[in-house]
Design a protein around this ligand. Structure first.
Ligand SMILES: [Mn+2]
Length: 327
């Protein structure tokens, strides 16, 4: 349900007030962009408007913030504000470092979110609608219906939130595409330019490790499944992930540092769902029975640490336990 005057009320309520706009801990692109859109909507009316987050946003959001020169604070003091606007969350639990301060905050609260209302929902004037794929989409569409004036930056921020929260439109329906068409047009940017805003550039040594890991990889075929092994001097976890992207169902990547050996493994999600394979249970638990060392992880990702071991030997035992499961 579209609330007909939510943003007019919010802008009116912000007038001449100290306003904090916040989002969930570990803000992603949708959370961060939603907060910045609200900032754009109220900045000229409020006495002071601040985007203040429980902690730093994630790497993609940091990249976008830097490229668009967007400003935010971390761990704001809630008592300095008359009004708080919460975006992309409605549960107190997701407020991280700010949760404890909230119980003593006495000002007005607005909540804008596309997650369904939780049992510990923040009490405030709410615009919550799980039909939207991203909070930026919900804000954009609702504000448009209210004929609120939107600037090109809001178009950019909305598009970025939609692209990331829909996993590149995998979970989008026709209405998301129509909102995207409008926000992209307003942004005056191309689709590629928007995507480039949150591309996190890998470190050069990580890229070299990825390429070496791919060149050195050994392929084991078992029926329709592929298991690969490789070794690098560092970034073994990201190389293991790269090998899954390249087509492995299971990947094992070793890295050695003096006498320490580390094996990082990944398994493809589709493969796990089909076979019930579990890296931790079916492989790594057995590895530590054979080799002195420790392991941690779960079905899709696991790691092993040991000393004075032969990397080929451990990798091959990993492949052995995986094929044993597939039999
Ligand atoms: Mn979201």
């Amino acid at each position: 349900m579209i609330c007909l005057n939510f943003f007019s009320n919010l802008i009116k309520a912000s007038s001449k007030k100290n306003v904090l706009i916040t989002a969930h801990a570990g803000a992603d692109i949708d959370a961060f962009c939603s907060a910045q859109i609200i900032f754009e909507l109220i900045k000229s009316k409020a006495k002071k408007a601040v985007v203040g987050l429980p902690d730093h946003p994630n790497l993609m959001a940091l990249s976008l913030a830097k490229k668009l020169k967007l400003i935010y604070q971390v761990k704001p003091n809630l008592s300095e504000f008359d009004l708080i606007i919460f975006v992309d969350l409605n549960s107190k639990d997701m407020l991280g470092s700010l949760a404890s301060q909230l119980s003593t905050f006495e000002g007005k609260k607005f909540v804008i979110d596309h997650h369904s209302a939780s049992s510990d929902s923040i009490n405030g004037i709410s615009l919550i609608n799980p039909d939207f794929v991203s909070t930026t989409e919900l804000i954009f569409e609702t504000a448009l219906e209210e004929k609120i004036k939107l600037n090109p930056l809001i178009g950019i921020l909305t598009s970025a939130g939609i692209i990331t929260d829909s996993a590149g439109f995998l979970v989008a329906d026709h209405s998301t595409f129509s909102v995207m068409a409008k926000s992209l047009e307003l942004s005056k940017k191309s689709f590629a330019e928007i995507n480039a805003l949150f591309n996190v550039q890998e470190d050069i040594s990580e890229k070299i490790a990825s390429l070496k890991g791919a060149r050195r990889n050994e392929i084991y075929r078992f029926g329709d499944y592929l298991i690969t092994t490789s070794y690098v001097s560092c970034f073994e976890a990201s190389v293991a992930r790269d090998l899954i992207r390249l087509g492995s169902d299971i990947s094992f990547v070793a890295s050695e540092n003096n006498k320490d050996l580390r094996i990082s493994a990944r398994a493809n999600n589709v493969f796990i769902n089909k076979t019930n394979f579990d890296l931790a249970k079916n492989v790594f638990k057995k590895l530590v029975d054979e080799f002195a060392g420790s392991f941690g992880g779960h079905a899709g990702a696991a790691g092993f640490n040991g000393t004075n071991l032969n990397k080929e030997e451990v990798l091959l035992r990993g492949v052995h336990f995986a094929t044993e499961f597939l039999k």
